[in-house]
Every structure is written in structure tokens, then in C-alpha cells.
Write a protein that binds this ligand. Sequence first.
Ligand code: FPP
Length: 245
Amino acid sequence: MLLPEINKERLPRHIAIIMDGNGRWAKQRGKIRVFGHEQGARSVREITENCAELGIKHLTLYAFSTENWKRPKLEVQTLMKLLISSLRKEINTLQDNNIRLSAIGNLDALPAKVKNELLDVIERTGANNQMTLTLALSYGSREEIINMAKAVSAKVKNNIISSDNIDEYVINQHLYTRDLPDVDLLIRTSGEQRISNFLLWQIAYAELYFTDVLWPDFSKTDLYQAIADYQSRERRFGKTSEQLT
Ligand code: FPP
């Protein structure tokens, strides 16, 4: 199939993806869920490379939510192992494509081995500047917002900032995503049409794109399809069509 036409002048600056459907993909093939996650990790590599090649500046992937800790112990352990092996394996992919790795979420909740591997790759790719790949790990948007509220109120209490000066900028500066621009395009695979506690503040004006394709099957063509769809929409940010022209 031909790749959908994309206007390189109007790329989304920040794409965020809820990678869903690994378990169902495995089940359809009579395999255990973990097999689906392994294939999902391949899609992570492919889509990351495709985004960097295209010129996307920020890609954020929902890899593990605060709620995912409730999954069966074996699945959580395997996902953690997969993270470690993927980080080890893909450091070269990141370096070759000039991609900086970053992470958001409660990283202290991760097993020490995962956290150390993650911090090591973050440090080693720190000078890369083609694209930032941010992994959301042990991430929950409500938890992020609660932490922000605590940090901001502590600063108000200690007279570091006045409550009158709390604005969008101040809020942004106290979120995990303080170094990222707002999300332009949010993609969710596997047919579910939910946000599932992902970047609630940051997607205020994002275009939402839902596809039935399961994450392990999500290909370069699907990515281009999503971006072409994004480019066909008019982003008004609350204004009228006439005001935009
Ligand atoms: C959702 O599928 C996927 C996850 C909870 C984990 C995402 C992890 C990966 C793609 C693999 C490793 C990641 C990296 C960054 C290397 P699901 O299990 O909820 O699928 P289901 O809804 O069909 O059960």
C-alpha cells in the first residue's frame, strides 16, 4: 500500500500514543500475552525511527500506567524485563537516529534495575537533538496533577510564589512534562476510545485519532495515515474559521 501523502511543513510537533492491544494480538494467535508485548516492543522501535526520520520533534509513548501495577505479577515482571532488554538493545537505534530518551512518571516506583538502565540511557543520549522520545512509565495523569498541586501550594505557603500569579505557565512548570510542548496529536490503537489517565492537562487542544489496528500491527502506513488525518483537520483553538485565515 502506498504511504499517505504528508505535508512536511505542517507536521505535529508532539505526537503521543496510547499503545493498546498487545494482549488481544497475542490471543488472536493463540499465544500468551507476553508474546504480544514483545511484538509491541518491535512496533515501538519502528514507529520511533519513522517519527524521527519524518522530522517529528517529540514522541511520547504510554508504556506503563500507574494502574498497570494491578496486572498479574508475572505480566508486570515480564514487562519490566522487556523494558530492560529493549533499553539495552535499542541504545544504538537511539544514537544512530540522534534521538534523546526521556521519561515521565513515578520512576521511583520502578524496580531499581529498570530505573538504573533507564537513567543510564537517558544520560547517554542526553546530547541528541533530532527527536525526544519520552516513555511514560508508572505514569498517571491524576497523580501528576496531585503532585503539581502539592508542589505549587508548598511554594505559595513559603512565599516563593503568590497565588495571584498561578497561571498556565506555573502549572506546566510543575508537571513531569515541563520540558515538552502541548500534545498536537494523540493516537490510541486497538479500537478503544478512552484517554485512560494519560496527559489530561497536556491534550487540552490535541487532535484525537483512534484506530482499530492493534499496537503490534501498527505500521509506518498507519502512522502516516494518522498524520495525514491530523493535517486534514482545522485546529481552531477556540477561534472561528474566519479568524484563522
Ligand atoms: C497495552 O496492551 C500495552 C501495554 C500495557 C504495555 C506497552 C508495552 C509495550 C508496547 C512493550 C514494551 C515497551 C517499550 C517502551 C519497549 P494491552 O496489554 O493492554 O492489550 P489488551 O488491551 O489487548 O489486553
